[in-house]
Design a protein around this ligand. Structure first.
Ligand code: C5P
Length: 222
């Protein structure tokens, strides 16, 4: 049976492959919350840049971002960019490579954060990404920072890519994750960091169910 926690905001941050999407999705389902995959929005903007060949023309991209429409359906499972379902396109290697460079632009972040805050204004949401605990929902009721060893994170991402029939190696995936982490943690605006009041969870060697249990237990205890 679904249990609804009234007006709660749960924010989760962490690096690529830390398990936050899978876990947040399951907790959303378990507690009857809205799920927000903030990374999908930066990926959609990256796709917008690629499709309009404005990867290098940031001022033009900012204008396109202001005019575009990003929507989720099926509780965050599918994402639409200007009414087109781009749920698969945003996960391609081209987007993976470029997204951190696009996401570092403050004007783009400003637009996306406004949109995320509108989505979360009513509460009853679990949102995950890189700046949800620090910038988007600094007053969230619960904050978590998920992490895992680079080897484990690469293994998880490699398995995801194999499912999508993407030809790659675990070494390539590991070096791409490292490069993206480096960009996400060292950028000037809204870098990935551990919020002072976040609970850190190392998911290395833990199953999705283990991590869900840890999160739900913290929520019930508070
Ligand atoms: O979570 P995911 O791996 O899909 O995110 C893709 C990229 O989007 C991240 O590597 C990061 O550059 C950017 N991102 C961000 N802020 C967020 C979520 C994602 O900058 N809140």
């Amino acid at each position: 049976m679904r249990k609804v926690v009234p007006r709660v905001t749960i924010a989760i941050d962490g690096p690529a492959g830390s398990g936050k999407s899978t876990v947040a999705r399951c907790v959303a389902e378990k507690l009857g919350l809205l799920y927000l995959d903030s990374g999908a929005m930066y990926r959609a903007v990256t796709l917008l840049a690629i499709e309009n060949s404005v990867e290098e023309n940031i001022s033009e991209l900012i204008e396109l971002v202001k005019q575009c429409n990003i929507e989720f359906t099926e509780n965050g499972k599918r994402i639409f960019l200007d009414s087109v379902d781009v749920s698969e396109e945003i996960r391609t290697p081209d987007v993976n490579k470029l997204v951190a460079d696009i996401a570092k632009t403050p004007e783009i972040r400003h637009e996306i954060v406004k949109h995320q805050q509108r989505i979360g204004a009513e509460g009853n949401i679990i949102a995950e990404g890189r700046d949800l605990t620090t910038i988007v929902f600094p007053n969230a009721d619960y904050k978590f920072y998920l992490d895992a060893s680079i080897q484990e994170r690469a293994k998880r991402r490699f398995a995801d890519l194999q499912e999508q029939n993407v030809k790659t190696t675990i070494e390539i995936v590991e070096s791409e994750i490292n490069a993206r982490d480096e960009k996400d943690t060292s950028r000037e605006h809204s870098p990935l960091q551990v919020a002072k009041d976040a609970i850190r969870v190392d998911t290395t060697g833990k199953t999705v169910e283990d991590v869900i249990d840890i999160i739900v237990t913290h929520i019930k205890e508070k």
